[in-house]
Design a protein around this ligand. Structure first.
Ligand SMILES: NC(=O)c1ccc[n+]([C@@H]2O[C@H](COP(=O)([O-])OP(=O)(O)OC[C@H]3O[C@@H](n4cnc5c(N)ncnc54)[C@H](OP(=O)(O)O)[C@@H]3O)[C@@H](O)[C@H]2O)c1
Length: 313
C-alpha cells in the first residue's frame, strides 16, 4: 500500500478496527476513511453500493461484524448468521465491483472444526463438523472467506483473509453477558476488588487451554499481510502459546490486584478442552507477535480504567 492510498477500515470503532486504524496511522498512512454504524449500516446493500461507488477505496480492511461470546451467539443463532453474512457479502461484492485493489477479511478461529487436531492448521478448514454453539457465526465467516477465494478464482482479485485466535486489548467489549472470557474476567475481578468480595466464582474446573493475542499485535499483522501476502488460503493469527483458564484467572487477578479466593463451579461446562492455532504459516511469512500476555492484560486494564464507557458498551 502506498502511504497516501485510500484505505477504508470497516468497523473502526470496534476493538479490531480501531487497532487497525492505530497501526495504519503509526506507520504513516494518511488517507484512511471510516464510517460509523449509524452513518453506514453495512447490512443495507443500497447504502453500501452507494458508499463504494462514491469513495472507491483502493484497500479495505473488513473488521465490522456482529460479534459476541457463547451466550450471545447461542441465543441469537439466526441473527448472527443473517447480519454477518449480509454484511460481508455487501462489502466484499461492492469492493470488487468498484475496483478495490485488495481487501482483507477478518474471520475467527471458530471457523475450524470442533474436533480439529491441535494446534489447528489453516488446512483443517471444512474437514469435519463445526462447534454447535457458534455454528451460525462460523458459517457466515466461512462464507466470507470463500467468497474472497471465489472472486480471486473467477475474477483474478487479490482478496485475502486472516483468522485470529481470542483477542483482547483497548476497546474490548466488557458487557456482563455478551463479552468473551478475558474481558469478562477482567471486569468481574475488578468489580470484586472494588466491592471487597472474598470470593469470585468462575465456570468449569479451569483446565481448558486457550490462546490470547493482544489486538495491536493483530493489527500489525493485518497491515503486514496487506503488504506481503496474497493467496486463497487464510492465515492464522495467534501467539502459538497456550495457558489454562485457571492460569488466566490468576494472571488477571494479579494484574487487577484482587486478593480474594478464586472458586471453580464444576457444575458449569468447561467448553472445548484445547484451542490453539498453528501459527507456522505467519511465521514463515515473517510475522510474529510481540506482546506477552501479562503485559497485554496490564495495557487492557489501563484502558478499561481510563475509559469508563468501555464497560457499558
Ligand atoms: N474479539 C475477539 O476476540 C475476536 C477474535 C477473533 C476474531 N475476531 C474478529 O474480528 C472482527 C472484529 O471483531 P471485534 O472484536 O473488533 O468486534 P467489535 O469490537 O464488536 O467491533 C465490530 C464493529 O463492527 C461494527 N458493526 C457491526 N455491525 C455493523 C453494521 N451492520 N454496519 C456497520 N458497522 C457494523 C460495530 O459497530 P457498533 O458497535 O456500532 O454496532 C463495531 O464497531 C470480527 O470479524 C471478529 O470475528 C474477533
Amino acid at each position: 500500500m502506498e502511504k497516501n492510498a485510500k484505505i477504508y477500515v470497516a468497523g473502526h470503532r470496534g476493538m479490531v478496527g480501531s487497532a487497525i486504524v492505530r497501526a495504519l496511522e503509526k506507520q504513516g498512512y494518511t488517507n484512511i476513511i471510516t464510517r460509523t454504524h449509524k452513518e453506514l449500516d453495512l447490512t443495507r446493500q443500497d447504502a453500501v453500493e452507494e458508499f463504494f461507488a462514491k469513495e472507491k477505496p483502493e484497500y479495505v480492511f473488513l473488521a465490522a461484524a456482529k460479534v459476541g461470546g457463547i451466550e450471545a451467539n447461542q441465543s441469537a443463532l439466526a441473527d448472527f448468521m443473517y447480519e454477518n453474512m449480509i454484511l460481508e457479502m455487501n462489502v466484499i461484492h461492492a469492493a470488487w465491483k468498484n475496483g478495490c485493489k485488495k481487501l482483507e477479511f477478518l474471520g475467527s478461529s471458530c471457523i475450524y472444526p470442533r474436533m480439529a487436531p491441535q494446534p489447528m492448521k489453516e488446512s483443517c478448514l471444512l474437514t469435519s463438523e463445526l462447534e454447535k454453539t457458534n455454528e451460525a457465526y462460523a458459517l457466515a465467516k466461512i462464507s466470507g472467506l470463500k467468497y474472497c477465494e471465489f472472486l480471486n478464482k473467477q475474477y483474478g482479485t487479490d482478496y485475502i483473509s486472516v483468522m485470529p485466535t481470542n483477542l483482547y486489548g483497548p476497546n474490548d467489549n466488557y458487557h456482563p453477558t455478551h463479552s468473551h472470557v478475558l474481558p469478562a474476567m477482567l471486569r468481574r475481578f475488578h468489580e470484586a476488588k472494588e466491592a471487597g468480595l472474598e470470593k469470585v466464582t468462575c465456570w468449569g474446573d479451569g483446565s481448558p487451554l486457550r490462546e490470547f493475542l493482544y489486538v495491536d499485535d493483530l493489527a500489525d499483522m493485518c497491515v503486514f499481510l496487506m503488504n506481503n501476502y496474497s493467496g486463497d488460503e487464510t492465515v492464522n493469527a495467534g501467539t502459538g502459546k497456550e495457558l489454562t483458564i485457571k492460569e488466566l484467572a490468576e494472571t488477571i487477578a494479579r494484574v487487577v490486584g484482587y486478593e480474594g479466593e478464586i472458586e471453580w463451579d464444576t457444575s458449569k461446562p468447561n467448553g472445548t478442552p484445547r484451542k490453539l492455532l498453528d501459527v507456522s504459516k505467519a511465521a514463515a511469512l515473517g510475522w510474529t507477535y510481540k506482546t506477552e500476555l501479562e503485559d497485554g492484560i496490564r495495557l487492557a486494564y489501563d484502558d478499561f480504567l481510563n475509559n469508563p464507557m468501555r464497560a457499558e458498551r
